[in-house]
Design a protein around this ligand. Structure first.
Ligand SMILES: Nc1ncnc2c1ncn2[C@@H]1O[C@H](COP(=O)(O)OP(=O)(O)O)[C@@H](O)[C@H]1O
Ligand SMILES: [Mg+2]
Length: 265
């Protein structure tokens, strides 16, 4: 449903950032982009949503197709109307507005009547019950995890077919990361919504995604089924922080040490 064909992106006419990136998001699937800081993950999402042009960026080669239509020349408003919503990294909210007011902003593009809007709100609260409890709270006072829920809820208000999610786990405690990814899974399953997920947390990204791409310095260097990448030695070493030998060895060392201590004690 989404296809990037060999795209090149240049900022400010001279800074070449993406060099021939190709990727695909099939209907209803979660696809992940992994890679270190500066690899070009966010730029890839902005190329899709059209937000690139707000930063003097441009797709200078290749093409982007969504539902069979070419979108790389369209303004961001048209791309949103076609059903692609980007959730930016850094959780940008209207800090002084309440939770519910922020959600209503997310629905504005759809120009719906009152009863449809309240139905949309209930749908968001179904996935994010915490937001319902916080609906009158000023957004600036929310925790990082709650703000992440709010930016995702706001994106849901636009009823996207494809959600572009940029580093939802960034800076959150492990339990909250689990909670947020369970919700991502649930939205994907119940709404049949496709999700393109950018993550530095490769472990959790490979757990939820069906397919993943690894980016380095503006290129895709590896891609495959998530289960295959989980077993890939390079991915294990560089992105999952474990090598098979090293991990087993240290685990065994710990056990030996404990056993020896017991004998000695
Ligand atoms: N607006 C911009 N103008 C010029 N260079 C940029 C701009 N945005 C990002 N870059 C550069 O593009 C590269 C990729 O950035 P980015 O896509 O944000 O990577 P990632 O999201 O993987 O960390 C970096 O070297 C970054 O400095
Ligand atoms: Mg980024």
């Amino acid at each position: 449903m989404l296809r990037l064909n060999n795209i090149e992106v240049i900022y400010s006419k001279v800074i070449l950032v993406l060099r021939g990136v190709s990727l695909e998001v099939p209907d209803g699937q979660i696809v992940s982009i992994l890679g270190a800081n500066g690899a070009g993950k966010t730029t890839t999402l902005k190329a899709i949503s059209g937000l690139l042009r707000r930063e003097e960026g441009e797709v200078t080669r290749g093409s982007i197709e969504f539902d069979g239509q070419r979108i790389d020349r369209l303004p961001p408003e048209d791309i949103v109307q076609m059903g692609i919503v980007q959730v930016m990294e850094g959780r940008r909210l209207f800090q002084h507005l309440t939770v519910e007011e922020n959600l209503l902003v997310g629905g504005l593009a759809r120009r719906e009547n009152g009863s449809q809007v309240s139905q949309d709100l209930e749908q968001v609260y179904h996935y994010f019950p915490r937001l319902k409890a916080l609906r009158k709270r000023t957004s600036g006072y929310l925790s990082g995890g709650e703000q992440q829920m709010l930016v995702m809820g706001r994106a849901l208000m636009a009823h996207p077919k494809l959600m572009l999610l940029d580093e939802p786990s960034l800076g959150l405690a492990p339990l909250l990361v689990e909670e947020i990814f369970n919700i991502i899974r649930k939205i994907n399953a119940e709404e049949k919504m496709s999700i393109l997920l950018v993550e530095q947390n490769a472990r959790i990204a490979l757990e939820v995604a069906s397919h993943a791409y690894v980016m380095e310095t503006g290129r895709v260097v590896l891609d495959g089924l998530a289960e295959q990448l989980q077993q890939n030695e390079d991915v294990k070493e560089f992105y999952l922080g474990l090598t098979q030998l090293g991990e087993r060895k240290s685990y065994r060392d710990v056990k030996h040490y404990k056993r020896r201590k017991r004998w000695l004690g």
